[in-house]
Design a binder for this molecule. Structure first.
Ligand code: SF4
Length: 145
């Protein structure tokens, strides 16, 4: 799965339709989280795998700020990123290429942030505040019945 990351964030700059892989993964992981909470994060996520395989080797392994674990901060990050994404998608109109490129850029920017956080703190620091990680965690806690 790790190879999907360079495919999307580098390949997507040349072929923006690859950005739709992000959308497919998002839908898949959210459905999966109903049954298996954060199974995606620890077993399948391309960025998570990259952080484990590469960034863990160069991480300073310092504690990240405590507020990374606070729900208010995680929901703040979630709201900011999803609002920005929604705004950009509306502005893109119906252009499939433009939408694909927005998804690629979103993935690229969040990966850059994940790398910076991973190097200066712990390699999976981003995963504490990742909007998809938060959603999976919250959905996974909703037990049917
Ligand atoms: S928290 Fe986000 S980046 Fe980390 S493994 Fe889960 S989905 Fe991937």
């Amino acid at each position: 799965m790790v190879w999907f990351l360079p495919l999307i964030v580098i390949g997507g700059l040349f072929y923006p339709m690859l950005g739709y892989l992000v959308l497919i993964f998002m839908i898949f992981l959210l459905v999966l989280s109903i049954f298996k909470a954060r199974f995606w994060c620890w077993n399948l996520c391309p960025r998570g795998s990259f952080l484990d395989l590469v960034i863990s080797k160069v991480s300073r392994n310092k504690a990240f700020p405590k507020f990374f674990t606070r729900d208010w901060f995680r929901w703040l990050v979630f709201t900011l990123i999803i609002s920005l994404l929604t705004f950009r998608l509306i502005a893109a109109g119906k252009s499939m290429m433009a939408i694909g490129l927005i998804l690629v850029i979103m993935c690229l920017i969040s990966t850059i942030i994940a790398i910076i956080l991973g190097v200066i703190t712990k390699h999976r620091a981003w995963c504490m505040i990742c909007p998809m990680g938060l959603l999976q965690e919250k959905i996974g806690k909703i037990k049917p019945g």
